[in-house]
Design a protein around this ligand. Structure first.
Ligand code: AMP
Length: 283
């Protein structure tokens, strides 16, 4: 049985540990999370262990990336369960600051996310990526990791953070990890717990619809036709609203006028009852 994992809750305690590791010449990988950990998060920890000597997992439900009407108060939390899973996954340290430690009185500086944040999620959640970029900048400065690992599940987030690190010369490498899925294709997400049994049986249609659209685009169908077919399929399968299904440049997330040449990604956000699901696949 794994020993219980060490948790630090202040920057001072965090730096005591990382300073020792640095002195010993160890490399550090950071896996930022908001807790309620599932096998998707744990696959990132596994990759962190492979890529660096020490794996630090942060758990922080960041209030500044939620809008007032979003699900901050109902965001699932299970610290005891998370610590057990991280111990079993052999993570080396958990960085779990309080909101007051992260945003002490007087805090007012922010990072403005770049062009990768301009639309898609950015259009529906205008403050989201500013909050993500700011908290990740702080996490990177607190932990000073050699690498930070993020899931492709949140593909636009990965693009926004890669752009931030490049634009602001932050001395770390961002690594993207593939999306972990249920057997039926549904991407693992802590929000899946909100789905009713009936909704859960409909949910895998999201992955099938975007996968099919990706095949169609790859074989020459126009992006517009493929994505509007996918949206129609989802609505008839029982999804409530399609926020977007779009084919984009896989790096810049810019719109693509002519297909061919650059790698593409299909990104989607849809509502199933009161739950918003996002997913994406490569073309
Ligand atoms: P979250 O706690 O939802 O903010 O997610 C923390 C990290 O885990 C982010 O980098 C996510 O992209 C990643 N992640 C979430 N779900 C999955 C999944 N199903 N597969 C791989 N990574 C994931």
């Amino acid at each position: 049985m794994a020993e219980s994992i060490k948790v630090v809750r202040t920057v001072r305690d965090l730096r005591k540990v990382t300073a020792k590791w640095r002195q010993a010449g160890k490399t550090i990988a950071l896996v930022p999370t908001m807790g309620a950990l599932h096998a998707g998060h744990l696959s990132l920890v596994k990759l962190a262990k492979k890529k660096a000597d020490k794996a630090i997992v942060s758990i922080f439900v960041n209030p500044t990336q939620f809008a007032p009407h979003e699900d901050l108060s109902r965001y699932p939390r299970d610290e005891a369960g998370d610590l057990k899973k991280l111990g079993d996954a052999d993570a080396d340290l958990v960085w779990s600051p309080t909101v007051e430690a992260m945003y002490p009185e007087g805090f007012s500086t922010q990072v403005k996310a770049g062009s990768a944040a301009a639309d898609l999620e950015g259009a529906f959640r205008p403050h989201h990526f500013g909050g993500v970029a700011t908290v990740c900048c702080k996490l990177f400065n607190q932990v000073t990791p050699n690498i930070a690992i993020f899931g492709e599940k949140d593909y636009q987030q990965l693009a926004v953070l890669r752009q931030m690190v490049r634009d602001l010369d932050m001395p770390l490498e961002i690594i993207g990890a593939p999306t972990k899925r249920e057997k039926d294709g549904l991407a693992l997400s802590s929000r899946n717990a909100f789905l009713s049994e009936a909704e859960r049986s409909i949910a895998p249609a999201l992955y099938s619809a975007i996968s099919e659209a990706a095949l169609e685009v790859a074989s020459g169908m126009s992006a517009e036709t493929a994505t509007s077919d996918a949206a129609a399929k989802l609505l008839s399968a029982g999804f409530t609203t399609v926020d977007y299904i779009e084919v984009r440049d896989s790096e810049t997330l810019g719109e693509v006028s002519t297909l061919g040449g650059r790698p593409l990604r299909i990104l989607a956000a849809v509502w199933l009852g009161k739950t918003r699901l996002i997913d994406n696949v490569a073309v």
